[in-house]
Each structure stands twice: as C-alpha cells, then as structure tokens.
Design a protein around this ligand. Structure first.
Ligand code: HEC
Ligand code: HEC
Length: 311
C-alpha cells in the first residue's frame, strides 16, 4: 500500500513543480528579451492602452503611425509635411511586428549617440529623421501635440523593455552577405516575379481608395523615400524584404532566398528617387556603415562597391 503511494506521489509532485515553474517564468516583468533562446519581442496591441487621458494621447500616437497620410500627408488634416506614406508601411503593425522594423528598442535605447549626425539623439530627433528622409518631408515641432502623441505611443510600447537593451526581433535583421556584388539586373527579374503585381511596374505603388494612404506603397519615384533614408542602404532594404515581403509574410514564413533579397534591393535602390542634402551626415567618415552609398570613405573603396558589395 505504502509503496503504491510513493510511486504515485513522485510523478505528481514533479508535474506540480513543473507547472509552478512555467507560471513563474510567464509572470509579467519576467520576460527574457535578449538571450539566444529568447522569443522575439512583440509589442502590445493598442486596445491594451489605458483608457484615461494618457491613454488618449497614446491612441492618437498609434493613429499617427498607422495613418500618417490622413493627418500629415499631402492632403493631411493637420499639416502637409510628408509624402503620403504611413510610418506603418515600413514599421509594420504600428511598429510591433518581429523583424518588421519594430520599435521594441526605441524607449529603452534613446537618447543615444548616432554616427550619422555625430550627436546624441533624442527619440524626437530620430522620429524627425524618418519624417525628413523616409517620408521625404519636414520635421514635426517638438512641442506639437502630434510629436507628443508619437512619443507617448513609443514610450508606452517599450515600457517593459529593460533600459539599455534592444530586444530580439526589433529593427531589421541583417542577412549573410553575398560573396559577389548584388546585381540590379537579376533583381529586376525577382521584382517582376514577386513584387510588381502590388507595387507596380514603375514601383509607383497603388493608392487606397478608402483611405488617404496607399494600398501598396511606392518603392521608388517622386513619392518614395529619399536617398538619405535608412532603406536606401541595401542591407536594410534586403533584410526588411526577406522577412516581410511579399506581404504579409513574416520571419517564420519567408519566400525569397537571401540572394534574391539582396538582388531585388539592389534593383530598387538603383531606380530614381528624391535626393536629400546629405552634406552634414557622417561627420566622421570612418563611421559610415559598410553599405553607405555616398563617399568620401576612409577605406578608399568606390561608391559602387560600398553600395552593391562585395563587402
Ligand atoms: C520608407 C520606410 C520608412 C518609413 C515610412 C518610416 N521609417 Fe522609421 N525607420 C526606417 C528605417 C529603415 C529605420 C532604421 C532601421 C535600422 O537601422 O535598423 C527606421 C528607424 C526609425 C526609428 C529608430 C528605431 C530604432 O530602433 O533605433 C524610429 C523611432 C522611427 N524610424 C520612427 C518613424 C516614424 C515616427 C515614422 C513616420 C513618421 C517612420 N519612422 C517612417 C524606415 C522607415
Ligand atoms: C501582395 C502585395 C505585395 C507584394 C506582392 C509585395 N508587397 Fe511590399 N508591401 C505591400 C504592402 C501592403 C506594404 C505596406 C505594409 C503596411 O502598410 O502594413 C508593403 C511595403 C513594402 C515596403 C516598405 C514600404 C515602401 O514602400 O518602401 C517595401 C520596401 C516593400 N514592400 C518591398 C517589396 C518587395 C521587394 C517585394 C517583392 C519581393 C514586395 N514588396 C512584394 C504589399 C506587397
């Protein structure tokens, strides 16, 4: 009888211990965001925001990110300071999608030194960088309700991420570099096969008749990001495309090989687009990223090799 009890109690207490451990590690505030085994960070959905006045500002920030053109585009209801794209066209799912250029590391890592400007940048400055480059527009005043709302949203989104850490899956993944230069002619074939049906034969995208934004945003031409934007570096464009395109794929389910992603990025970034004054960028030229496409460089390699590789 006694022997029977022990053999029965042992597995049961082991199971209870295991369940207890699972509950303990799932507690809020116990997330592991940075180790090798960590899950990718995914931000909270906007319906989890508080319902008080602070929550109102956060919700307005979320609307500005997902519907930028409605408020701030060429026919915006608040101001006309951007090109018709939405922040969310590149920062997918309002900046919460793993490896979808998300905002998981924003609240936790700014202010920080950035070599592009050679200064310590606040979150406001970084947001305005995207207005001036990715949305080929103008900066939002830092005392505007719109800037305060975007800030409130980003701080709320990242409030669980420990200060100084960048969670796994935030931003854009870097792909393994090719041993040859990325090839725009090959990339054109990839584009025709996988991208053109949505983004158009001239990369012009397609307006959404129901909103002020695009159903499919433009990839080049007058209404696209300018040549001072992050996506104009082909490592960032390739990494973004690999894990997110054709929409709505994600990093668990990709379609392009790394090689195709590099080549299509080379093709897109060899097409015409707006130009920005970049004379004040990268004051220390030795800090330019390997794929920054504008000289002068500290290493003497050509602009073409920096732009397309091999690196
Ligand atoms: C055309 C694409 C595009 C659009 C549109 C865009 N961004 Fe960005 N954004 C980028 C890229 C690329 C980066 C750099 C990612 C990297 O370096 O890993 C970036 C970086 C950022 C960062 C810094 C993220 C970090 O972790 O350091 C912030 C904040 C940001 N963008 C805000 C915005 C806001 C706000 C808008 C809308 C007003 C916007 N972006 C629109 C492409 C875009
Ligand atoms: C089924 C339609 C579809 C296909 C096919 C598709 N995309 Fe997209 N793409 C989208 C949509 C929709 C967005 C904007 C996502 C959002 O706003 O949530 C987007 C956004 C983008 C962006 C960021 C915004 C911009 O305009 O710069 C890039 C870059 C991009 N796609 C590149 C590509 C490439 C390269 C391919 C082919 C490998 C591709 N896409 C195939 C629908 C598509």
């Amino acid at each position: 009888m006694i022997r029977f009890k022990i053999s029965w109690l042992f597995p049961v207490s082991l199971a209870l211990l295991f369940i207890g451990l699972m509950i303990y590690t799932k507690q809020p505030g116990k997330h592991d965001y940075t180790s090798e085994e960590a899950d990718c960070w995914t931000g909270a959905g906007i319906n989890q925001a508080p319902v008080d006045s602070a929550g109102m500002l956060i919700r307005y920030g979320h609307s500005l990110i997902s519907n930028t053109a409605f408020y701030l585009g060429p026919k915006g209801t608040v101001a006309h300071i951007s090109n018709g794209m939405n922040c969310q066209n590149c920062h997918l799912e309002a900046g919460t999608k793993p490896w979808g250029n998300n905002y998981g590391g924003v609240a936790s890592t700014y202010p920080k030194f950035r070599a592009r400007s050679g200064t310590i940048e606040t979150i406001e400055k970084r947001i305005n960088d995207c207005f001036e480059r990715s949305l080929n527009g103008a900066a939002l005043p830092s005392d505007s309700r719109e800037m305060k709302a975007i800030m409130a949203y980003m701080q709320w989104l990242g409030n669980e991420v420990p200060k100084g850490t960048k969670p796994k899956g935030s931003g854009i993944a870097q792909l393994t570099r090719l041993s040859r230069a990325a090839n725009p002619a090959k990339g054109k074939m990839v584009y025709t096969m996988y991208c053109e049906r949505c983004h158009g034969s001239n990369g012009e995208g397609q307006a959404d008749p129901n909103t002020s934004g695009y159903a499919y945003p433009p990839l080049w031409g007058a209404h696209s990001y300018n040549d001072g934007a992050g996506l104009y570096r082909i490592s960032l464009l390739a990494g973004y495309v690999k894990n997110n395109m054709p929409s709505p794929l994600n990093y668990h389910q990709t379609q392009l090989s790394d090689e195709n992603a590099w080549d299509v990025a080379a093709f897109i970034n060899s097409q015409p687009r707006p130009s920005k004054d970049k004379t004040k960028d990268w004051p220390d030229i030795s800090k330019k990223p390997f794929d920054h496409p504008f000289g002068p460089y500290a290493d003497g390699l050509s602009e073409s090799q920096h732009k397309y590789g091999p690196w």
